[in-house]
Design a binder for this molecule. Structure first.
Ligand code: BES
Ligand code: MN
Ligand code: ZN
Length: 523
């Protein structure tokens, strides 16, 4: 390579892998003892039908009744999840009201409150916003508020050119005024900030378009994120390495693209020496055109998010490693770009997977299961995990079945089902269990190979896809498949902790699963 070429390669690398620009700085989270400030920007929680209590009453008094008049004019009564953003109330620069309904406080409610305030804070020019939470009934309330605030204020404006003279929004501080400020700060730093960083990592990668995130740049971003995180080792398989292992299935998906595929393995050791790991395997299609079975062009741009599973499992292990979880956990990202070209896999092709099992390609658009089975086989052979959970934007059928309320859960293991459903409810990333009926085997029969990669479109598509993947799971391994096609990208209405766009769905869920059901308790 001549000097100019290598120099331009360096420049491209810097542009592609640059850290988020200051345009994406989020507000710094601070903690302070509960008190009602006499000016500035404040966020106040309002219980349904009971506005004249606590911080609201105090802010109203300081503002000479202006707050109550504004609230009456707006018809705001504190319904759960409703936010009222009032600029200039008496001496206050801004008052953000967050309705919490009449439900008792819970960690999930606190995260939602934090999330709504975070969303308002991201659009505010106030240098300092103070969220007032007088309650003492939830331990470490501030940690949950902070988690919500961090997730809610997520924005991605790296490619927006700032308008000259326009104020920069969403910068400065977000102060959480809570009863136990010190305890909240500790809970945030040790327990929740790592998870928020895992979600941010996933959202950033998913939001990036496919001209910046492709298998190799996904790997570089991951190396960058894990730099200096203790207990972690990273292994990357390139094309020759995958050929040597016989990974014909992952390679078949990548072979139509100019961007070569990769298998990325992040291993975190925080548990016992001889403890079998839990393995999280993510679908990492950096762009899914459908391949030769090409997709229609409507909304095709969204298929940049077809690597959400890979981003989420990697983000989850980032969270576990950063909080020093007492577990051995592995993230496997099966990375490829699914493109049509003269070298692309064709419908009808027969593929030999790493396991030796073969299948006939019905559709090159059923590529998620193709990359996953080699990744799952690899981690089973290499690491002997006791649990394998794969995460994938696998089927349109899951979207039709569950909408944007639930990810689809498929497993034959009752204990794993119960644990994942509980982790979903606790984390705010809900799952709904769907069947793996034995009859789906019929849909996957091929006259010339061991299997085929899809059945009739009139059948249970999400279940058939799950069944295909399950055919590569070894005896004695507890396996679950999460089809998150409907959850990866948020359209309206947004949720308090999930702004428009990339959700990072799976990071909070898998962290919660490990926290509540896998991790060995501290001695
Ligand atoms: N990435 C898609 C699934 C998808 C669809 C994710 C919509 C998010 C939103 C996947 O690779 C796909 O194309 N699946 C096919 C499978 C079929 C060909 C068996 C589908 O669902 O139609
Ligand atoms: Mn596809
Ligand atoms: Zn896909």
């Amino acid at each position: 390579m001549n000097r100019f070429a290598s120099l331009s390669a360096v420049i491209v690398a810097i542009v592609a892998f640059a850290a988020p620009s200051p345009a994406d700085a989020q507000r710094k989270l601070e903690f302070a003892p509960y008190a009602v400030p006499a000016e500035g920007a404040v966020a106040v929680v309002v219980r349904q039908g009971a506005p004249m209590e606590g911080a609201f009453a105090e802010v109203d008094r300081v503002s000479g009744g202006a707050l109550q008049r504004a609230v009456a004019a707006a018809g705001f009564i504190g319904d759960r999840g409703v936010m009222l953003n009032l600029p200039g109330v008496g001496p206050y620069q801004q008052v953000v009201l967050v309705g919490v309904g009449s439900e008792a406080a819970s960690p999930r409610l606190l995260e939602d409150v934090g999330g709504l305030v975070g969303q308002a804070a991201a659009l505010s020019g106030a240098p300092r916003i103070e969220l007032l939470w007088p309650g003492t009934d939830i331990a470490m309330a501030g940690g949950h508020l902070a988690m919500g605030a961090s997730l809610g204020q997520y924005t991605f404006r790296n490619y927006r050119t700032p308008r000259p003279g326009a104020p920069v929004l969403g910068q400065g501080e977000l102060v959480l005024r809570v009863a136990d400020a010190e305890g909240a700060r500790r809970a945030w730093t040790a327990q929740w900030q790592p998870v928020a960083e895992g979600v941010r990592f996933a959202r950033d990668l998913v939001t990036e378009p496919a001209n910046t995130i492709y298998p190799e740049s996904f790997v570089e971003r991951t190396r960058e994120a894990f730099r200096d995180v203790p207990g972690v080792s990273i292994e990357v398989l390139d094309v020759p390495a995958m050929q040597a292992l016989g990974m014909g299935s992952l390679l078949a998906v990548g072979q139509g693209s100019q961007r070569p595929p990769r298998l990325l393995v992040v291993r975190y050791r925080g548990g016992g020496r001889d403890e079998a790991p839990v393995a999280f395997v993510g679908k990492g299609i950096t762009f899914d055109t459908g391949g030769i079975s090409i997709k229609p062009s409507l909304n095709l741009w969204q298929m940049k998010y077809d690597m959400t599973g890979a981003a989420s499992v990697t983000g989850a292990v980032l969270a576990l490693a950063k909080r020093g979880a007492r577990v051995n956990a592995i993230a496997v990202a099966a990375l490829a770009e699914n493109m049509p070209s003269g070298t692309a896999t064709r419908p009808g092709d027969v593929i030999r997977t790493m396991s030796g099992k073969t299948y006939e390609v019905m559709s090159t658009d059923a590529e998620g299961r193709m990359v996953l089975v080699d990744a799952i086989w690899f981690v089973q052979q290499r690491d002997r995990p006791r649990v394998v959970i794969d995460v994938a934007t696998l089927t349109g059928s899951q979207v039709t079945a569950l909408g944007d309320e639930y990810g689809g859960l498929f497993t034959r293991d009752e204990a794993l089902a119960a644990n994942l459903l509980a982790a979903g409810a606790a984390s705010g990333e809900d799952l709904w269990r769907l069947p793996l009926h034995p009859s789906y085997a019929k849909d996957l029969e091929s006259p010339i190979a061991d299997l085929r990669n899809g059945g009739s479109t009139a059948r249970a598509g999400a279940g058939v896809g799950a069944f295909f993947i399950g055919s590569w799971v070894q005896e004695g391994v507890a396996w679950a498949h999460l089809d998150i096609a409907s959850m990866a990208w948020r359209d309206l209405p947004v949720l308090p902790t999930v702004p428009l766009g990339a959700s990072g769905f799976g990071v909070r869920l898998l962290d919660r699963y490990v926290r509540d059901h896998v991790e060995t308790p501290a001695p």
